[in-house]
Design a protein. Sequence first.
Lengths: 461, 461
Amino acid sequence: MASKNVIRAFQDLLGRENVYTEAADRHAYSFDSAVLDPVVPELVLQPTDTESLAGAVRLCNENELPLTVRGAGTNLSGGTLPAREKGVVLLTNSLNRVLEINTEDLYARGEPGVITAQFARAVAEKGLFYPPDPGSQTVSTLGGNVAENAGGLRGLKYGVTKDYVLGLDFFDVDGELIKTGARTVKCATGLNLAQLMVGSEGTLGVFKEIVLKLVPPPAAQQAMLAVFDSVDRASETVSAIIANKILPCTLEFLDNFTIRAVESFRGAGLPTEAGALLLIEVDGHPAQVEEDARKVREICQEMGVTELKVSQSAQEKESVWQARRDALPALARLKPTTVLEDATVPRSKLPAMVRAINDIANRHNLTIGTFGHAGDGNLHPTILTDKRDSEEFERVERAIEEIFDTALELDGTLSGEHGIGMAKSKFMEKEATRGTILYSRRLKQALDPKGILNPGKIMGA
Amino acid sequence: MASKNVIRAFQDLLGRENVYTEAADRHAYSFDSAVLDPVVPELVLQPTDTESLAGAVRLCNENELPLTVRGAGTNLSGGTLPAREKGVVLLTNSLNRVLEINTEDLYARGEPGVITAQFARAVAEKGLFYPPDPGSQTVSTLGGNVAENAGGLRGLKYGVTKDYVLGLDFFDVDGELIKTGARTVKCATGLNLAQLMVGSEGTLGVFKEIVLKLVPPPAAQQAMLAVFDSVDRASETVSAIIANKILPCTLEFLDNFTIRAVESFRGAGLPTEAGALLLIEVDGHPAQVEEDARKVREICQEMGVTELKVSQSAQEKESVWQARRDALPALARLKPTTVLEDATVPRSKLPAMVRAINDIANRHNLTIGTFGHAGDGNLHPTILTDKRDSEEFERVERAIEEIFDTALELDGTLSGEHGIGMAKSKFMEKEATRGTILYSRRLKQALDPKGILNPGKIMGA
């Protein structure tokens, strides 16, 4: 436990009301959205300005208190769990100002605690577009999105968080300010530290201010729901769409198990007998949209779609998209424990990946619902289980490992958008070389000699 | 000088014919395209496969020989100059295989010595598009482009090299293989080392293989030449186009001095009385192109364009684009020394930046021709001088520093696309904090303890 003197120093710096020491308060920050054992922090800090944020980081380092920055705690790989001993959680929710939305130069600046969806809405009100839309966007924060390189439904056409980070101001472990990147699309000044920080899971610095690229919004959209009698046909249709050089802004997949779970959750009239559904949206200039939508319809027909429903209104589209957003909560309520994975493969390998996931589920006698961002090969096989059933959970762990092995055999990657955190750290060497892990650790050691910045995450086992 | 034993070890590793020790050979690699004093390397190595590349790096490190990797030597900031003592230049021109162009999954893999334009052409032959097009693309290499985060004419709409690097395999200073990134758009596995390497100017590792994102090509283009009687009107037109949410793929600027230089260079019929020219190209779906081109024409008219020429054929467009490509050689032949800068500002600050450059030229009684990528605020003020005239060159140096100061006052950056190298290292602290420089150096020290990877570059003075 931090000494009374240290706690008093935090109270002097942040104000008494922003230093939480009571068990009830601390327990609220002992878990994130990953399936891992909770770890109760010893201290929770809530700085209200970036100057005291820097001071808090410095105090942690001086007192060798391991520091985990937390936005909304929606992390799916345990990146937000504090250290087991002397763990401090630093909340960013009071650092939530949008500092600038520059409509002439197409960028915005914000503090790390700004909520993603609120930011996107503020940008939209100014007539511009911030594309990254992670599933947790209604509560997730920009800082968390950058720290995890969050993805979302629009990755295929618009890229992910890293593609929008132009610049970053952050504090090093001594609370010194580091400025990197710029407000311009072009910047070749100094090391690309801004992009090193993207996806670094809080292990290399603490964000002060983020500069994000904005783009003009598309003038038109069209959404479709395509029903297939088999998973194979649906996933082969995804590959065919991309191979025809159409880049839908969204191209989502739901398997039969997920469809039925969603339907019993909300009763939106989904075809429960379907092998798989694709939700497809194209956007851009109206003429482009019309042409792409026509080609997508033709490809679906060629691939043997059994039903194709084009949304005639924003409301109709919304009800289809709601079905996709319901996938995770609908699956999650079926069993006590939901393990949501995000292994990712090149798009053309999607049919093979989907088949492999089903094989793995059968072989280990497990329930896996699969949905996700089919267009960029980023599936979310979701294993429904009960962690208290240790025999079953062992099979779950074997299945997870086989899913990773398959993704890598198919030239894919361990994590598309959820990060490595604590959950996948031990698997890093399956994908990277030993040299990669050692290189990352040398870098980490140099920038955080006492190892206080979110220890135990990302660096491999 | 490297000892005979060391030279023999390199010869055994690479073959006698790939180890250059003769003065005549070494002199050829003593300079790049920056205005800096030449430095003759003591040894030049030309590995022909990536295994011996790793071995060469390891041998350099073991023998504490500072190593500078060189592609085509088109670097404009001295990034390719070897170290003053015991400098080894490592040529990548025999590592020039395009390993894969994957049309289903929209990526390509190549070795560092692949020539940019040849790569782009091979991609185009497969029906895809690799947008980054640095001015030196006919000779520059992919490895050099990544090491410098090269830009080009299409940055405004399509981004720069960093936006296309999906993955990277590189050797650390011990010759160990580091694998980072993936072949997928989404990847959240491990530290984002691929992007740390982008723009790192050869200071953190030696590239083995680069994975680049490809995109479907635009279906249509339209190019225009717009003539203005003043620089102000031209630069304000640029701002107006962007503010109207049009993103041309190219939006280039030439001032009167540059126009006259180009005209006397080739006699292409440019309006030599014009205050400034804009070259504008929009691309995308044909309907989008038509609409954007119409809006651009309207904006040009509103801003008082004196002549607007729409290219009616590929040939006509080519002759206009040739004029832009002639800008640098046309200016360069006017005086013995050409100092080409690339300070960059947010687009809306372009008019202020152009005015400031002209003020600086007048105040220091210097000849500065300005052209460049106006659409992304990335101008190339080009100072024509004679380095042997030390009195004038002192004025040049003062002017350069004032150009940097102005760019930073306007929320810009020291370098948009040429890098920091040796030329701008001493100016780093104008833009970054001292903390940023120290952070970068700690990182470098950890990854390259003997300081042999391209010493003296990027890290600040």
